[in-house]
Design a protein around this ligand. Sequence first.
Ligand SMILES: [Zn+2]
Length: 565
Amino acid sequence: MHKGTFVLLGILLVAHLSVGQSARKQARSQSSVRLSGTAIAAMQKIDPQRIRAHVRFLAHDLLEGRGTGQRGGDIAAEYIGTQFTLYGLKPAGDNGTYMQKVPMVGIAPEAATTFSLVPANGAAMNLKPLTQYVAYDETQQPESDVDADIVYVGYGIEAPEYNWDDYKGVDVRGKVLLMLVNEPPSDDPNFFKGRALTYYGRWTYKYEEAARKGAVGAILIHKTDMASYPWEVVRNSNSGEKAFLRLDDTPKLKVASWIHLDAARELAASSGLNLDTMMTEARSREFHSIPLPVKLQAHMVSRVRPFESSNVLAMLPGSDAQLKNEGVVYTAHYDHLGIRPDMPGDNIYNGANDNATGCGILLEVARAYAEGVQRPRRSIFFASVTAEEQGLLGSEYLGKHPPVPAGKITLNLNYDDVPPLGTPEEVEVSGSERTTFYSVVEAMAKTFRLTIRPDSRPEAGHYYRSDHFSFARAGVPSFSINEGMKYKGHDIAWGMQQAEEFTSKHYHQPSDEYHSDMDFTGDAVMARFGFALGWVAASQTKLVGWQKSDEFEAARLRSQSTATE
Ligand SMILES: [Zn+2]
């Protein structure tokens, strides 16, 4: 962007936020959303060429794909920590350092594992790994045995806000729970958000809820349309070693598993039941769990490999004596898939788009704040997190061990995979509409001349698949910022074609590499947009919250009652 445009943008920003209609509404409810001249000056320092330089380095072959727990990943963390030092930001990690150690463990199922469905009458079904089932022992033991009755619990959801309970007080301690993925289908936006997926529909919730209820195992029935992805995806993401956070006091399952639809049909038939009928019955509020005359007998043998990685954390202390104990947190994961030495040809997963771009943006946002003449009232935290590709583990750990209590974090803004394609005319901020901050987001988008692009597939539950979600679970209002599909000089079809081409040819492939013809203009726009939002959130009187009856509202209220204790 040309310098002249910066100045114009600055004037627009002040003017719009002062007199814009939604801004006026906002002003009544939340004092002011006005960005000061010094804030605008700081924001204008964000430089696409610096983002390029970070991306080029972080995606270099020498970093070997920034694998979690690997040398290249550790070098990336050191690089980011070094930048924070150079900007003059304070360390916010362990013991006065920029590093927050994240204790993890790699678990790989061994060939000696057995997984049998044993009916009271009839022959046992010994399922084959990967083709018929996948299973991990979340208790992180080298060997575990399960010999337990299977209970069918429908969707396995207990959601008081939707008056839904598949358990209805039935004691499932010591049992293995058979359940469906996703949630009861509905077009009613007030019932599990209609077509959109809520967290209750995600497989991770199902495991967590089963463990909370004292079950020893969970078996998820895979059905392509319900999962929104085919069995191959389940198989590929559940083969070989998988990383977990090291055990804490969270209850865990000895058997966390999926079975293929065909195996589920056989299991139902061996109980004298029909799977389709079972699935239909689960859609009713009156559904009651069904104890099956079948046991799961599993001998879980795992290779358990403890290791460590780090989140990189820095802070800019707030200017207000009181409010500096509260903060805004920016996040971008630095890890990618590492290197695969056994693979012929290019075997380095450079992860240029995913997520060197987000790191470059995070670093530029951090530098702009650090070099600003004025500081916002609340503190600003910058967190480059690890192990996103392993299942949002670095951010999960950060959400559980935040630099200030979760109830005092007003907002989390995340960047993940922001394509270097030129000047965006749209922005995606899915999830922001669920927060009390949305009117600010809308006003800011207008100021930046960005159209907000709604989530095109809310049923796929993308909101639950990126690092901001780790903050949402801790109650913190959070969302990711990304470009939409419309770029200057192109139509939407072009943008969609770019996205599809990236997904099919480069996403999670060694070919997600840096190229000198990449255009980081849009990454800089997203950085400035996020800078402006974070600045407002850090300066306005009230903390951001969730809209009434949002699924994360309860977690927010809980975190804030403990935060003030
Ligand atoms: Zn990513």
